[in-house]
Ligand binder design. Structure first.
Ligand code: ZN
Ligand code: ZN
Length: 352
């Protein structure tokens, strides 16, 4: 993406991986909300090799013989990659907070004209740097089912873990997009009672297919006060944990009113700087509600996410996650359809 709103396919020689790095052949790459933000000029980055969600095949593992869990890698193995890096020398990495690494995106925002060129996943290949984690995809997992595992699934799993969701908890999920559907599935597996709030009925239907116990639609409850009342009704006075997965600022004050005293509010969706909201801090304090913003994740959540998909093959409708696929040549169409919300979740499919 040389500038927002435009894309250009460029050709480069394949890089020879440095020790610890790994070149993969891209099988599929998901179009994420943040890619669309960049394309729509609603993101600080104005020029980038697009794409961070990916499933790919190992080309030559000689520079990186094992994945991050120690499993041996062979040519052709399907892998998923933590899209950000842990530099290991910044203050956050040194303190063990690797998911907060201050250099997490340096490899990604580099110019494609410089080595290793293949820094985003919207390409025939993707260069996995030595500070990026990589995990083998279990044999029974379809690449399209796992294409958003390294972003949406791992991210929402980290949020659910941060919220300490446990069996018997009531969980409200705001937003039934890519993050929300995974959120429903993961919270259900933990034994929670899950209520999903969204404006679009077909997204709520998908949430039900992923196990949501109840849904609240904007059609039935057009005002925030109605939705708050409905969720409180469905959760015996307020949820134990809420997750904001909409990326809409106004969802936050609304969601905070949907939880019980002492509850945890997990903020994930609003990641663009400049989103300002008005909060009733008095109501929050009186009810001792805690807000936990969550950004990026520990690599174990990706490994766990891939295993989650593997044990739920045939049980969850993973084919509902991606509703439009495009060849790499049609990347502009994929971006425009996503921006216009003609599709929920697009993916580029390069090879199978
Ligand atoms: Zn993403
Ligand atoms: Zn670091």
């Amino acid at each position: 993406m040389p500038k927002p709103g435009s894309v250009e396919l460029r050709e480069y020689d394949l890089p020879t991986p440095q020790p610890g790095a790994l070149l993969i052949e891209t099988v599929a790459a998901g179009v994420c909300g943040s890619d669309v933000h960049m394309f729509a000029d609603k993101h600080p980055l104005k020029s980038i090799v697009l794409g961070h969600e990916v499933i790919g095949r190992v080309v030559d593992p000689s520079t990186r013989p094992t994945d991050s869990a120690g499993a041996e890698l062979a040519p052709g193995d399907l892998v998923s990659v933590v899209y950000f890096a842990f530099c290991q020398h910044c203050r956050q990495c040194q303190a063990g907070r690797t998911h907060l690494c201050e250099n997490s995106y340096n490899h990604w925002i580099a110019s494609p004209d410089d080595f290793p060129h293949f820094t985003g996943t919207f390409g025939t290949h993707y260069y996995v740097g030595r500070f990026q984690h990589v995990f083998k995809v279990p044999d029974n997992v379809d690449p399209l089912a796992a294409v958003s595992a390294n972003c949406a699934l791992a991210q929402v799993s980290a949020g659910i873990d941060r919220g300490k969701v446990k069996s018997g908890d009531t969980v409200v999920i705001q937003g039934a997009g890519g993050l929300g559907l995974w959120g429903v599935a993961v919270a259900k597996e933990r034994g929670a009672h899950v209520v999903v709030v969204d404006a679009v009925q077909r997204r709520l239907d998908a949430a039900k297919a992923f196990g949501a116990d109840a849904t609240v639609s904007f059609d039935d409850a057009p005002e925030a006060a109605d939705r708050i009342a409905r969720v409180r009704e469905l959760t015996d006075g307020g949820a134990d944990v809420a997750l904001e997965l909409t990326g809409v600022g106004s969802a936050v004050p609304e969601g905070i009113e949907m939880v019980r005293p002492g509850a945890t509010y997990i903020e994930i969706g609003n990641v663009m700087p400049g989103v300002e909201i008005t909060l009733d801090i008095g109501s929050m304090t009186r009810r001792a509600v805690t807000i936990h913003p969550v950004i990026r994740y520990h690599q174990r959540f990706l490994k766990a996410g891939l295993e989650f998909i593997s044990r739920n093959v045939g049980k969850l409708p993973f084919d509902k996650l991606v509703d439009a696929t495009y060849p790499l040549d049609d990347v502009l169409q994929a971006m425009e359809d996503s921006k216009a919300r003609k599709v929920n979740r697009a993916a580029l499919v390069m090879a199978r």
